[in-house]
Ligand binder design. Structure first.
Ligand code: NAD
Length: 490
C-alpha cells in the first residue's frame, strides 16, 4: 500500500496487519539529525493496545503462514533483496541523517543486512532436521524443526538498518510471524525498509513494525501471545529483557554491550595494525559493539605504535556523514556526547595521557561532535579501560607479551570481540585457544562474522544460548519434534 514516508518529515507510523497506522500512546519523541540538530520527524510510542493488535494479527497470520510451503515462504525474501539493493543509496542517506555515521558506513551496514536476506533464502536446507533409520529395533526416528508463532525483536540505535535483518528474514522464512520494535532514536530507516517489505509481498500480519520505547518493550515482553524475544542493546537492558522475558515464559536471546581489546605483538606489521586499530575504534564514531578501544601493545614496540596510532587518528576527518570525505561523524545525542566527554575527563583524572585530543574539534555544523581522543599509558584498573564508552576514544596500554595481553583482556566483564595483530602462528594459536570472546580476529580490526555464521558474544555481552544470524537463529525460531515410528516386519 502506498504511504508518504516520514523519512521526508512527519510522523513515523506502525505497520500492522498490512496497514500503516499511527501509534496511540500519549508520548513520543522527535527524531533529530545528530550532525545538524534539525528535527526530521516525530515518533509516537505504541500502547499496550497497539502491541496487542500486532500480536493478534501475527497470530492470525501464523495459522496460514506456518502451512505455506517453505519454497513459497522464501519468495518474498527473493523479492526483498533486489528492492533493498535498488534503494540502498536512498536508505543509506536516511540512515546517515538520523544516525550520523558516514555514508560509506551506512552503505556497508545495509550490505551486511542484505546478506542475511540472502542466507535466509536457503531456509529449505537450513531448517532441515535429521533422520536415523533403525534407531532402535524396527524403529526409525525423524527430527522436524517447526515454527512456534509470533516473535518480536527489539533493536538498538547504532545499526538501525542491519540489526533488524539479523532476525527478520530467518523468523519469517522458518514460518513464524515477526514484530520489530526499532530504536526510538532512529526509526526512519526501518520505516522505509518496511515500505519495501510491504512491496515484497508477505501476507498481512506476517511482518510488522511497532514503534516505541520502554513501555512498548514491556508490553511485548509481557504479552502471552509472543513466543520469544530477540534483543540487542546495552548490557543492563539486555539483562533486564532476558530476565523478564524468561519470567514471562518466553524464549529469549539478548545481546549486550562490549569492551573490546586489540593485542599487538612485536611481530605484527605495525603500520597495518595501527590503521586497522584506529578504524576499528573510530568507525561509526566508536558507537559499535565491535569497537576495539583498549589496545594492549607489546612493550618492545609500544612507543612506535603509540606514534603510528596518534598519526592515524590525526588524519581523521570529523564532520557530517553525508560528505564523502568524512571519516568520523557525530554522536547520537547531545546527552551521549556529554557522557563520552565525561569519560575523557575521567581518563585524565585517572592519570592517562591524552596524546590526541579531539575535544575542541572544529566542525561547521551544530551537531554532537567530538574528535578522536587517544590515551596512552592506560592501566587495567582505570574506568576508561573497563567500561563501554561508545565514542571515539581509544586507550593504549603496554604489556610484557601477548600472553599478558590475553590475561588482561580476559579480566574484562565483557566478551564480545577481540583482535590480535601478529606475524606468529604460535601466538595466533594461543589467542584462539585462550582469549575469551565470542568473535576473535587475527590480523583484522573488526571481528564481524558473515551472515552464514552466527554473531554473538560471551560473558556480560550476551544472555542466552542461541545467537543472531545463521543456524543459531534458525534454531531459536524453531522447535524440534522427534517422530519415533515402529513398523515391525510382517
Ligand atoms: P539500549 O539498551 O539503550 O536500547 C536498545 C533497545 O532497548 C531500544 O529499542 C530501546 O527502546 C530499548 N530500551 C531501552 N531502555 C529500555 C528499558 N529500560 N527497558 C526496556 N527496553 C529498553 O541500547 P542503545 O543505546 O540503543 O544501543 C547501544 C548499545 O547496544 C551498546 O551497549 C552496544 O554495545 C549494544 N550493541 C550490542 C550489539 C551486540 O551484538 N552485542 C550490537 C549492537 C549494539
Amino acid at each position: 500500500m502506498s504511504h508518504d514516508s516520514s523519512a521526508s518529515g512527519g510522523d513515523v507510523r506502525n505497520y500492522v496487519d498490512g496497514d500503516w497506522v499511527a501509534p496511540t500512546a500519549d508520548d513520543g519523541q522527535d527524531v533529530v539529525n545528530p550532525a545538524t540538530g534539525e528535527t526530521l520527524g516525530y515518533v509516537g510510542y505504541s500502547s499496550e493496545d497497539d502491541v496487542d493488535a500486532a500480536v493478534q494479527a501475527g497470530a492470525d497470520a501464523f495459522e496460514q503462514w506456518r502451512r505455506t510451503p517453505v519454497e513459497a515462504r522464501i519468495q518474498p525474501l527473493f523479492e526483498l533483496k533486489p528492492l533493498l539493493e535498488e534503494h540502498q543509496q536512498e536508505l543509506a542517506e536516511i540512515l546517515v541523517r538520523e544516525h550520523g555515521k558516514t555514508i560509506g558506513e551506512a552503505r556497508g551496514e545495509l550490505r551486511r543486512g542484505i546478506e542475511n536476506v540472502e542466507v535466509a533464502c536457503g531456509i529449505p536446507t537450513l531448517m532441515q532436521g535429521g533422520h536415523v533409520q533403525n534407531a532402535a529395533p524396527s524403529i526409525d526416528e525423524t527430527a522436524v524443526r517447526e515454527p512456534l508463532g509470533v516473535f518480536a525483536a527489539i533493536t538498538p540505535f547504532n545499526f538501525p538498518g542491519m540489526i533488524p535483518l539479523w532476525f527478520l528474514p530467518y523468523a519469517v522464512a522458518t514460518g513464524n510471524s515477526f514484530i520489530l520494535k526499532p530504536s526510538e532514536r532512529d526509526p526512519l530507516v526501518a520505516e522505509r525498509m518496511f515500505e519495501l517489505i510491504d512491496e515484497a509481498g508477505f501476507p498481512d500480519g506476517v511482518v510488522q513494525l511497532v514503534n516505541g520505547s520502554v513501555d512498548t518493550v514491556t508490553a511485548l515482553i509481557e504479552h502471552d501471545g509472543i513466543e520469544g524475544i530477540s534483543f540487542v542493546g546495552s548490557t543492563p537492558v539486555a539483562k533486564h529483557v532476558y530476565e523478564q522475558s524468561a519470567a514471562n515464559g518466553k524464549r529469549v536471546q539478548a545481546q549486550g554491550g562490549a569492551k573490546n581489546h586489540v593485542i599487538v605483538s612485536e611481530t605484527a606489521d605495525l603500520e597495518f595494525a595501527a590503521e586497522k586499530t584506529v578504524s576499528s575504534a573510530l568507525a561509526c564514531s566508536g558507537e559499535r559493539c565491535l569497537a576495539n578501544d583498549v589496545v594492549l601493545v607489546e612493550e618492545s614496540v609500544y612507543e612506535s605504535f603509540v606514534d603510528l596510532v596518534a598519526a592515524e587518528a590525526d588524519r581523521q576527518v570529523v564532520g557530517n556523514g553525508l560528505e564523502e570525505d568524512t571519516t568520523v561523524g557525530p554522536l547520537i545525542t547531545p546527552e551521549h556526547e556529554q557522557r563520552v566527554r565525561e569519560y575523557v575527563e575521567t581518563g585524565l583524572e585517572e592519570g592517562a595521557e591524552l596524546v590526541v585530543d579531539g575535544r575542541d574539534v572544529d566542525v561547521d555544523e551544530a551537531g554532537n561532535f567530538l574528535g578522536p581522543c587517544v590515551f596512552r599509558d592506560v592501566t587495567p584498573e582505570m574506568v576508561i579501560s573497563r567500561e563501554e564508552i561508545f565514542g571515539p576514544v581509544l586507550g593504549l596500554m603496554p604489556v610484557e607479551n601477548v600472553a599478558e595481553g590475553i590475561e588482561v583482556m580476559n579480566r574484562s566483564d565483557f566478551g564480545n570481540a577481540a583482535s590480535l595483530f601478529t606475524g606468529s602462528g604460535a601466538e595466533a594459536r594461543q589467542f584462539r585457544h585462550e582469549a575469551e570472546a565470542g568473535n576473535l580476529a587475527v590480523n583484522a580490526g573488526t571481528a564481524a562474522p558473515m551472515a552464514f555464521f552466527h554473531f554473538g558474544g560471551q560473558k556480560d555481552s550476551f544472555f542466552g544460548d542461541l545467537h543472531a544470524q545463521a543456524e543459531d537463529v534458525v534454531r531459536f525460531y524453531t522447535d524440534e519434534t522427534v517422530y519415533i515410528e515402529r513398523w515391525p516386519e510382517e
